[in-house]
Design a protein. Structure first.
Length: 410
C-alpha cells in the first residue's frame, strides 16, 4: 500500500484517494519493470554460466575440470555458501568429486572423501528417491553425511538434485547455506540445468575412455602379432637361410672348379634373400627394440637413415613396451618422410622423459609445408600416437623445415 497522513486537525481533502491512486499506478509500473529487469538479468547470468560450462563440455575437458567449473558457476549464480558434486557407487558409498565455497577456502571434506549412505540427510534422500530433496533446517539430521554437513561444514539448509548419465543414477549436486535461512524455492529447478551438462560431460568422458582403451588394445594386439611374426622369421626362415648358405659354402668348397662359379652365384642370391628377410623383419618389429631398448633402437635407425641424424637421447631407463614401440615407429616414419619429401640436410631427434610423459621432438631443415590432411604419412602416425593416449603436433611453415612434437604418457 501507499499511505498518506496529516497531523493537522482538518481532514485530508476529499480527492486525496484519487490523487494517490495515480501514484500507485506509477509505483506498480516501476516495481514491475524493476522485477522484470532483475528476472532478465538473472536469466542472462544463468544462460552465460551454462554456456561457459557447455563450452568446456564441447571441448572434451576432463570431468574433474568440468566438476570444478560447475561447482563455481552454480555457487556464484545461486549465491550459496557451498556447492558439492558427489558420485555414488553400488556399495552404498558416496565420493566427493568437486566443490566450491563462497569464502574461497578448501572444502572441509576435499575431493576423494568417502561417506556411507544412510540416515536423514539431503544426499541420502536424493539418492534413495532419485528426485530432488531439500532440508530447510538441520535439526533432525542423522547419518555420517548429515553430521559432517551440519558440524563439519556448518550447513543450515541444503538442496540436492540427482545426476543421471544415460539413464543410470550417477550421483548428485548439492548446494547449501551456512546462514540461518532457507534456500529459494526455485533452487531445484535452477540446478537441474547444470546436472544435464555434468551428465553430458561424464558420458563424453566415458565414451572417450572406452575408445582410447579399445584403440590401445588393438595397437597392443597388433604389436604382439608383429613380435610373433618377427620371432618366426628370425628363428625359422632366417635360420634356415643361414643354414642353407653354410651348406652351399661347404658344397662349393668340395665341388669341382667348373661348378664353383654357379654355386657361388646361388649362394649370393640366397644371401640377398636373407638380407631382404632381415630388412622385412626389422620393419615388422625390430628385435633390437625388444632386446636392448628404445635408445639403442633409435641409434640403429639413425645409422640407417638416408639423411644425417643428430641424436639427443636423455633417457636410459626402459619404458613400457607400447610406449617404446610407438616412439620407435614415430621416429622411423618421420625419418622416412624426411628422406622422401623434405629435401633436408640434417635431422635432429630429441628424446626425454622428465616426468610421467615421454617427450619426443623430430626437427629437420628441409622445405617444410608438411600437411597431415594431404596424406603425407602423418595421419597414420597421429593415429598410432593417439591410440596409446599421446599427442602429435606438427609445425611446418613453407621453407622453414618441419618439427614433430610427440608426447606419450608413460
Amino acid at each position: 500500500m501507499i499511505f498518506a497522513g496529516s497531523t493537522l486537525e482538518q481532514p485530508l481533502p476529499p480527492d486525496t484517494e484519487a490523487r494517490l491512486a495515480s501514484f500507485t499506478e506509477l509505483v506498480a509500473t516501476a516495481i514491475a519493470n524493476t522485477e522484470s529487469r532483475a528476472a532478465r538479468a538473472r536469466l542472462a547470468e544463468e544462460q552465460a554460466a551454462l554456456r561457459r560450462v557447455a563450452v568446456l563440455v564441447a571441448r572434451a575437458t576432463p570431468p574433474q575440470q568440468v566438476f570444478a567449473a560447475v561447482a563455481g558457476e552454480v555457487g556464484r549464480l545461486l549465491e550459496v555458501d557451498y556447492t558439492v558434486l558427489i558420485r555414488s557407487d553400488p556399495q552404498d558409498m558416496i565420493t566427493v568429486v568437486g566443490g566450491w565455497s563462497a569464502a574461497g577456502v578448501p572444502l572441509p571434506s576435499p575431493a576423494g572423501s568417502r561417506f556411507e549412505v544412510g540416515g536423514r540427510n539431503v544426499s541420502t534422500l536424493t539418492l534413495r528417491t532419485g528426485r530432488a530433496a531439500r532440508l530447510d533446517a538441520y535439526v533432525d539430521v542423522t547419518g555420517r553425511i548429515g553430521d559432517t554437513g551440519a558440524q563439519g561444514w556448518g550447513f543450515r539448509s541444503s538442496v540436492g538434485v540427482p545426476i543421471s548419465v544415460e539413464g543410470r543414477p550417477w550421483g548428485l549436486i548439492l548446494v547449501a547455506y551456512t546462514r540461518d535461512q532457507q534456500l529459494p524455492a526455485d533452487t531445484e529447478a535452477r540446478l537441474a540445468s547444470f546436472t544435464e551438462l555434468v551428465a553430458t560431460a561424464i558420458a563424453n568422458a566415458d565414451s572417450r575412455a572406452e575408445l582410447v582403451a579399445s584403440r590401445a588394445r588393438i595397437v597392443a594386439a597388433a604389436g604382439e602379432a608383429r613380435r610373433r611374426i618377427e620371432r618366426d622369421l628370425h628363428d625359422g626362415t632366417q635360420q634356415q637361410l643361414v643354414t642353407l648358405i653354410l651348406d652351399l659354402q661347404q658344397v662349393q668348397a668340395e665341388a669341382p672348379p667348373g661348378q664353383q662359379g654357379s654355386l657361388s652365384r646361388i649362394a649370393d642370391r640366397v644371401t640377398d634373400v636373407l638380407d631382404q628377410v632381415r630388412e622385412i623383419s626389422r620393419g615388422i618389429h625390430p628385435s633390437i627394440l625388444s632386446e636392448l631398448g628404445l635408445t639403442r633402437a633409435l641409434k640403429a635407425l639413425a645409422r640407417r637413415s638416408a639423411v644425417p641424424v643428430e641424436l639427443d637421447l636423455r633417457t636410459g631407463q626402459r619404458l613400457p613396451d607400447h610406449v617404446e614401440v610407438a616412439a620407435y615407429y614415430a621416429v622411423s616414419e618421420a625419418l622416412a618422410n624426411v628422406a622422401k619429401h623434405a629435401r633436408a640436410s640434417a635431422v635432429h631427434v630429441e628424446l626425454d622423459t622428465p616426468d610421467a610423459t615421454l617427450r619426443l621432438a623430430v626437427r629437420d631443415d628441409g622445405i617444410g609445408g608438411a600437411d597431415p590432411a594431404r596424406g603425407s604419412g602423418l595421419t597414420g602416425l597421429r593415429d598410432r600416437i593417439e591410440a596409446v593416449g599421446g599427442t602429435l603436433d606438427v609445425t611446418s611453415p613453407a621453407e622453414g623445415g618441419t618439427t614433430l612434437l610427440i608426447k606419450i604418457p608413460v
